[in-house]
Design a protein around this ligand. Structure first.
Ligand code: UDP
Ligand code: MG
Length: 332
């Protein structure tokens, strides 16, 4: 019987501080699962440090290591897409390079995959090492997104998951350039299974996210999955026009029965300014969608590959693997 191949997809951007540790943790996990072949597919998202060289070094002694190096930094969403395109496995496991996703969970994921689940995702029980502000913003965001898109977008679920080949094939067809992958996992459907885990703190290095980027991602999530903001704009318009019409009737009656002395300049200005503001917001919302249409109609490729190196069929030895083990002094 042919052995099945599992791809472990690792998007990385400036992760030189954690790569050795990650590789060793992965080795430990993979050693426990002898019934499958593995491919470690690193997607170097335009790192400026030694990340790529380190992967190249791994490759010299581990045939399972392959990598794609993108021509510049495209962001994690696109890096993952590149991984989907190049992954060879019958299933694919996405894992962050920073060891926030414990690789030990992979074995459990594979167990559920064998039971016939297509998408086994890890849900965070706790968010360690994150401020209450980040937790709160994340929570609110999910609520807004779920309510407005009428889709059960999973809360507290990252990209750490196992995808069956057919999920990967489905995701490969969603080639929009403004990507919100978390929503796509739900959108494609298939049989899903949730497992709970505790998200660790970063093993080393710094997060690539800041609040501006997260805000961006949040907007992306909403705009790429729903047109509810447009609907809200129309409703707002209706409400305001309705109210102004009633107000108009009132003014007319008042003028007829009680006469009119010209005052109320301040209220006039307030109303004009308020309406002007609302109009600008609504135009802004329309503009956001229009901008997306503009970008999508260009149909640009999502990324360019600088170097791609395949998983090798021949192995050249275990000696250097030991040297990596020695280089990582910290207890795992
Ligand atoms: N990443 C990437 N490209 C980017 C930013 C991040 O490939 O432009 C990778 C990064 O190397 C890591 C994963 O995406 O493997 C998650 O990034 P990070 O840990 O910074 O995000 P957080 O865990 O804070 O959400
Ligand atoms: Mg992280």
């Amino acid at each position: 019987m042919n052995r099945q191949l599992l791809t472990i997809l690792i998007p990385m951007y400036n992760e030189e501080e954690v790569l050795d540790q990650l590789y060793l943790r992965l080795l430990q996990v993979v050693d426990e699962i002898p019934s499958y072949d593995f491919e470690f597919l690193f997607v170097d998202d335009g790192s400026k440090d030694r990340s790529l060289e380190m992967v190249q070094e791994m490759r010299t002694f581990d045939k399972r290591v392959s990598y794609i190096s993108l021509s510049r930094n495209f962001g994690k969403e696109v890096a993952m897409m590149a991984g989907f395109d190049y992954a060879k496995g019958d299933a694919l496991i996405i894992i962050d390079a920073d060891l926030q996703d414990p690789p030990e969970l992979i074995e459990e994921m594979i167990g559920f995959w064998e039971q016939g689940y297509d998408d086994v995702f890890a849900k965070r029980r706790h968010r360690k090492g994150e401020t209450w502000l980040k937790k709160w913003t994340a929570k609110t965001f999910y609520q807004v997104l779920q309510k407005s898109s009428r889709m059960p977008i999973q809360e507290n679920v990252g990209d750490f998951r196992l995808l069956d080949r057919r999920c990967v094939e489905a995701l490969k067809q969603l080639r929009e350039s403004q990507r919100y992958t978390k929503g796509m996992f739900d959108w494609i459907g298939y049989r899903k299974k949730e497992i709970l885990y505790d998200r660790d703190e970063r093993a080393a290095g710094k997060t690539k996210w800041n609040y501006l980027k997260l805000f961006d991602l949040a907007i992306e999530g909403i705009l790429s999955f729903t047109t509810v903001p447009l609907r809200l704009s129309s409703i707002l318009g209706l409400v305001i026009s309705g109210a102004s019409f009633l107000f108009l009737l009132y003014i007319v009656c008042k003028t007829i029965f009680f006469g009119e002395s010209v005052d109320g300049y301040p209220s006039l200005v307030t109303v004009i300014v308020l309406l002007g503001g609302i109009q600008l917001i609504v135009i802004g919302i329309i503009g956001e969608y229009l901008g997306r249409i503009f970008i999508e109609t260009k149909k640009r490729p999502l990324y360019f590959v600088d170097v791609y190196n395949d998983r090798k069929e021949e192995n050249s030895g275990k000696r250097e693997e030991r040297s990596v083990r020695e280089r990582v002094k910290s207890p795992l």
